[in-house]
Ligand binder design. Structure first.
Ligand SMILES: [Cu+2]
Length: 509
């Protein structure tokens, strides 16, 4: 069995699997874009942007793209904001790993090469693995193919110092038991919302919107105030159209793929969708099938159902604990609970608006803040539901903060989100962090071109816990629920980042 291992635990910064990865990437990078087994062909399958590719030197102006038939079959396929996010990327990774392995073998390397994963949650491992951060090979000579110039990291004052700030990411999605969520303001589900073929959906599922999106932007970062452009320039990892060009992309996605299986193993309620529209993929309703080339160039068509059968995918991971701590906590959760059959599904669950602020909020510099008024009657309903125990089989009352129609031109931006409940008498109360949002994909979601309405991205953050603490108190200023967004790195004004609408909704029975 092929085992994907932790990149930080391979036995050194340039352990053999990393060295062979670098050699293979080095062999694939010079191949023509139109070659189905080239580095750039594989990046284009995720996404493509002519301007950025040419500006960063990944395509010469006169260089030919893949022929139209190949372009239409393979390119610009990545599934985001969709319940296909996990299975599409799993197949993409399998095909990529096969290509790298075949290349490693052709260079006289080991036939059991596997793609390492980067578990930034594990203690001491949130830094970029060193082999990716050095322009040199281990012998000190330059041209290390794992090094990428446009990988600026989270701090614009220290460009190139790449790490994942742990206060901006979390594993809350692992506690969600439904794969499929709702697009109406409640929980998006671990795996995402029910969509068709979706190359750039606006409502990301739970594991996609945290930590997947944040890691993209925090690693890629952006170049502020560049001379070449009035807007910040995204690092390769920061935007879907360039992310696949960065060799670290694949190790990040291997971790997300690993977390999918961790989730499945951690609780018997955590199961993949049963709907045939999910299992068979968008091809089942007449849309594009999921397909990637094999190392010999022939197409391999795969379905979410095949990707869901982990025993059949041909590889496993060395460790399934989400944060890399011992499995004890996870194992204990697998004890069969009673009443599992009565577990309610999100689909159709009531989602109602509790309060809304329809005023657009501009986000620049260090962030922005505003307040949302909640309707007293709706608040009373939530408070009473929270005060009573849900009937067997009924859904627990949950409350979400929705940040809707988030628009702008800074895909690297990550905003920490805080809520604040103040007393009617002016008594201040503690502010709570309720998560963070990463604007991965925001530029595409803001532009109005073919396939995009320009409505931006929308986020749903679970604020049940802080709301519950505040719900029971009579001394609450219902007209002013504070919402504050704090930028991890300053947001350039010219990026025109804004939130169109902020609402608080309840989800329950
Ligand atoms: Cu990604």
């Amino acid at each position: 069995m092929l085992v994907r291992k932790n990149v930080w635990e391979l036995g050194g910064d340039w352990a053999d699997p990393i060295l062979w990865y670098a050699r293979a990437v080095g062999a694939l990078k010079p191949k023509p874009i139109s070659d189905r087994t080239s580095w750039r062909f594989w990046a284009g399958m995720h996404g493509y942007n002519q301007g950025l590719w040419e500006f960063y030197g990944y395509k010469a102006a006169k260089e030919k793209l893949p022929a139209k038939a190949d372009f239409d079959e393979f390119w610009q396929q990545c599934q985001h904001g969709s319940w296909y996010f996990l299975p599409w990327h799993r197949g993409y990774l399998i095909g990529f790993e096969k290509l790298i392995r075949a290349t490693v073998v052709s260079l006289k390397g080991p036939a059991d090469w596997t793609l390492p994963y980067w578990n930034y949650f594990k203690s001491g491992q949130n830094g970029l693995p060193p082999a990716f951060g050095s322009p040199d090979w281990p012998d000190g000579k330059g041209n290390n193919p794992l090094f990428v110039e446009q990988r600026w990291g989270p701090d614009p004052k220290k460009p190139g110092k790449v790490f994942v700030p742990l206060n901006a990411v979390n594993l809350d999605a692992m506690g969600i038991h439904e794969f499929t969520g709702v697009a109406s303001g409640g929980d998006r589900g671990f795996g995402g919302v029910d969509t068709g073929f979706e190359h750039g959906g606006t409502k990301h599922g739970d594991i996609e919107s945290q930590p997947h999106d944040q890691v993209h932007g925090l690693v890629g970062g952006e170049k502020m105030f560049p001379k070449a452009s009035p807007r910040p320039l995204p690092g390769l990892m920061s935007a879907p159209d360039t992310a696949g060009l960065d060799p670290i992309f694949w190790l990040h996605h291997a971790n997300i793929d690993r977390l999918w299986q961790s989730w499945r193993l951690s609780d018997h309620r955590n199961t993949d969708p049963e709907e045939s529209s999910w299992k068979k993929g968008p091809a089942s309703h007449g849309k594009h099938q999921f397909v990637v080339p094999l190392p010999d160039g022939s197409p391999w068509v795969y379905t979410p159902q095949q990707m869901s059968d982990f025993a059949g995918v041909g590889y496993t991971y060395s460790d399934f604990s989400p944060a890399g701590t011992p499995l004890a906590a996870v194992a204990s959760a697998t004890a069969a609970p009673s009443g599992a059959a009565t577990m309610a599904k999100s689909t159709g669950a009531a989602v109602e608006v509790v309060g809304v602020s329809a005023k657009a909020l501009a986000v620049a510099g260090n962030g922005a803040q505003t307040s949302v008024p909640v309707e007293p009657q709706m608040h009373a309903k939530v408070a009473s539901k929270m005060a009573t125990t849900a009937a067997p089989g009924a859904r627990e009352e949950r409350v979400f903060l929705n940040l809707e129609n988030v628009r702008g031109y800074s895909d690297a931006t990550v905003l920490q989100v805080y809520v604040h409940f103040a007393g009617k008498d002016g008594t201040p109360s503690a502010e709570r962090q309720v998560g963070s949002i990463g604007l991965f994909g925001i530029t595409k979601a803001t532009e109005t071109d073919a396939g995009h309405t320009g409505g931006g991205l929308s986020y749903a953050l679970n604020i049940t816990k802080p709301y519950q603490e505040f719900a029971g108190s009579a001394n609450v200023d219902l007209a002013n629920i504070g919402v504050r967004l704090e930028a991890v790195a300053p947001v350039q004004q010219s990026a025109e980042v804004s939130v169109g609408r902020i609402s608080i909704v309840r989800q329950g029975d």
